[in-house]
Design a protein. Structure first.
Length: 231
């Protein structure tokens, strides 16, 4: 942002009873200014809906066997058009059971002289599914039309670990996402618990205006594979 480097963090390991097991709320927006002369770091806390440590995810033949993430913001947040976009994992009660879901949002910071003087939650929402289907490891990116894309991992007792993506367009109501689509479906159950941490997004500029998504799926050998695609 003009005048400062912006950072955003959630409450996580040392909060909410430890890793937000009893729930956390809010995000912290930081501004780092004058790094070479008189470094200054300022911050504000922005109120948000509650989020909490999610359970592990199910996959075919194994319950709670696929690692999800804690409530840290796992993928790189994005600043564009005056807003910081982010995603983190949360436990979601879908009316049947508690599943891993994604809390996503956009924050609008206010700066003065390189210091952050305030910030507001522009929009936020929860991405989750029915049954035991999980959503985890969300990564976001917006384009020149201010459309916000999100890629994420998904799996369930009847769904092999794969990846999906969704988008919020400016014509959509605030806090909503369009119906997710598969980026790549999993080809086999995962044979190792470790998963995720590899979702990412990028943008190749307003000329080409392509948003690039990188995500995981389970290949036929039962180990994770990576897909990279543009949308």
């Amino acid at each position: 942002a003009p005048g400062a480097e912006l950072l955003i963090s959630s409450f996580n390991v040392n909060s909410g009873g430890g890793s937000c097991v009893s729930g956390c709320s809010g995000v912290v927006v930081w501004a780092f200014a004058n790094p070479l002369n008189s470094p200054a770091l300022t911050d504000v806390v922005v109120s948000t809906p509650k989020y909490a440590l999610p359970p592990f995810a199910d996959e075919p033949g194994c319950k709670r066997c696929i690692e999800t993430f804690d409530t840290r913001i796992g993928a790189t947040p994005v600043y564009n058009n005056g807003k910081i976009s982010f995603a983190l994992e949360t436990a979601v009660n879908n009316g049947i059971q508690v599943v891993p879901g994604i809390f996503w949002g956009q924050v609008k910071p206010t700066l003065k002289g390189g210091n952050i003087t305030g910030a507001t939650l522009y929009q936020s929402g929860i991405l989750s599914f029915a049954g035991d289907q999980a959503a985890s490891f969300g990564a976001v990116m917006d384009d020149k039309a201010d459309s916000l894309f999100m890629v994420f991992a998904t799996m369930s007792s009847s769904l092999k670990p794969g990846s999906m993506y969704t988008v919020h367009r400016t014509t959509d109501p605030l806090g909503t996402l369009e119906t997710p689509k598969f980026l790549m479906q999993g080809q086999a159950p995962k044979t190792q618990q470790y998963y995720g941490d590899f979702e990412a997004t990028s943008y190749d500029g307003s000329g080409a205006n392509h948003t690039w998504l990188a995500s995981e799926y389970t290949g036929s050998n039962g180990d994770w594979s990576t897909i990279i695609a543009k949308v």
